[in-house]
Design a protein around this ligand. Structure first.
Ligand code: AMP
Length: 446
């Protein structure tokens, strides 16, 4: 054992053993994050767990540490971790490999876009842990390349996405294929209603954890929206990029075509921007991600393939060039910035008829998003929307719990919007506010 390594005592107190403590020391983890503190003990003790925590708060290690600790190196496949995208699977795999650096565990990927025969060969080498996406896992199951007889852990990352309509059937078949008695661990940043009920059906008396305290987004993200006609979005984006000079940004589009087109336009305008979406071959996707991770590309134009779980340090800006249809997707997108205590900015381009989309998001995050007005850029107004919660009823009557900043009546908040935003931010962030942001108009004029 390397005596130089200062083993993280706070993790030892949770019951983590030396080989993993050594790995955590190498990774620079000193203290567990709240979700790790809550989730590690019940998983170690054999319970099923449903864990909810904000994105970027250490969920991967929260399940990865106890799973790695409870795997028998002498045994065969004991843990399957499923994620909705290949990018997230690759990232989770990388982190698990770091966690079990000092254990003799073999972790392999099972996701599409990579050589099928090579993957079958890898699976033949008796991995202890697989990390994959549902499609390829199903494929491998049907080829008889996966044996769940010794499986102890089934983990679903981003469980709400995994159980929504697109993946639901696959997950049912995959989880239904496990005969061995096992633990089920589901984690997500967002989890509500029917999907949560469905998740519960796969679990046995689960420990339910929610460390997001009803606040889905962190206060370190400054959230703003701008109202803009679709045909003026690119001009607005130019304006924002010039004003903000983001060090590292993701610009989200709704479609692959949109991402391709926007990347081309940005390129033509002289920005170093690359696109990532499902039409790119896997090798290219990985290369782009790798370059972005290393900060070699400052702007990534992405579809929602990059909205969940992707952990790249130093992302300063998220731009929702196209608003997502789903409010939860918004939470995941902006969660790519301000990770593990850093700060960031999220700017959303809202079409004049998308007031309702914005309202849904504000309802979900329990926060009012400030309007970004642009000096030198002509802005549009939102067509009036029925705003049952924010317009006609004081916030205190709202069914959701609001942060302290939201206690002011809506009119007051609208009248002092910049104070609200600055007051929300850490002092150094407030000091950094740029002239790009000017006083908000009253809310009903959006
Ligand atoms: P995740 O939410 O799992 O994507 O993790 C977000 C980032 O936090 C990743 O870069 C992790 O490596 C890092 N991280 C997770 N847990 C800790 C910890 N206890 N101490 C320091 N960094 C951590």
């Amino acid at each position: 054992m390397d005596k130089q390594l200062n083993l993280p005592k706070a993790f030892a107190d949770l019951g983590i053993e030396t080989p993993i403590l050594q790995a955590l020391a190498v990774m620079g983890y000193e203290t567990p994050s709240p979700i790790q503190e809550e989730l590690i003990p019940p998983v170690l003790s054999g319970r099923d767990v449903l864990g909810q925590a904000r994105t970027g708060t250490g969920k991967t290690a929260a399940f990865g540490i106890p799973v790695c600790q409870n795997i028998d190196p002498q045994g065969r496949l004991q843990a399957m971790i499923l994620t909705p995208t290949r990018e997230l699977a690759a990232q989770v795999l990388g982190q698990l490999r770091r966690i079990c650096k000092f254990l003799s565990l073999h972790c392999v990927p099972v996701y599409g876009g990579t050589n099928m025969r090579g993957q079958i060969r890898e699976l033949g080498r008796k991995p202890h842990i697989i990390v994959g996406t549902p499609g390829r896992v199903m494929d491998m199951m049907s080829r008889g390349a996966l044996n769940f007889d010794e499986l102890k852990f089934a983990v679903l990352d981003e469980v709400d996405r995994m159980l929504d309509i697109g993946f639901r059937d696959d997950i049912r078949k995959i989880l239904g294929g496990i005969r061995n008695e096992h633990q089920t661990v589901f984690v997500s940043a967002t989890l509500e209603g029917e999907v949560k009920r469905l998740a519960m059906r796969y679990m046995h008396e689960p420990v339910e954890l929610n460390v997001s305290q009803d606040q889905l987004t962190v206060s370190e993200i400054t959230q703003q929206y701008a109202v803009v006609e679709p045909q003026k979005k690119f001009r607005l984006l130019m304006h924002v990029l010039k004003q903000e000079e983001p060090k590292l940004a993701i610009i989200f589009t709704r479609t692959k075509h949109g991402a391709k087109k926007l990347a081309k336009q940005l390129h033509a305008a002289g920005f170093l921007a690359k696109e990532i979406h499902g039409d790119l071959v896997q090798q290219k996707r990985e290369k782009v991600m790798e370059r972005f991770r290393k900060h070699h590309i400052p702007i990534l134009v992405a579809t929602d393939l990059a909205s969940r779980g992707i952990d790249v340090s130093g992302i300063t800006h998220i731009v929702n060039y196209d608003m997502p249809d789903d409010a939860e997707v918004y939470v995941h997108r902006i969660g790519r910035t301000a990770r593990m205590g850093a700060t960031g900015m999220a700017i959303s381009f809202v079409a004049p008829d998308q007031g309702e989309v914005l309202t849904k998001i504000e309802m979900l995050i329990n926060e009012e998003i400030g309007r970004l007005d642009m000096d030198g850029f002509e802005s549009a107004t939102l067509t009036p929307q029925k705003r049952p919660d924010s317009e006609s009823r004081p916030r205190s009557e709202s069914p959701r719990r609001f942060g302290s900043d939201s206690k002011a009546a809506p009119a007051e908040r609208a009248a002092t919007p910049t104070q609200k935003s600055d007051g929300d931010r850490a002092p150094e962030k407030a000091a950094k506010a740029r002239p790009l942001f000017v006083k908000l108009p009253p809310r009903h004029k959006r």
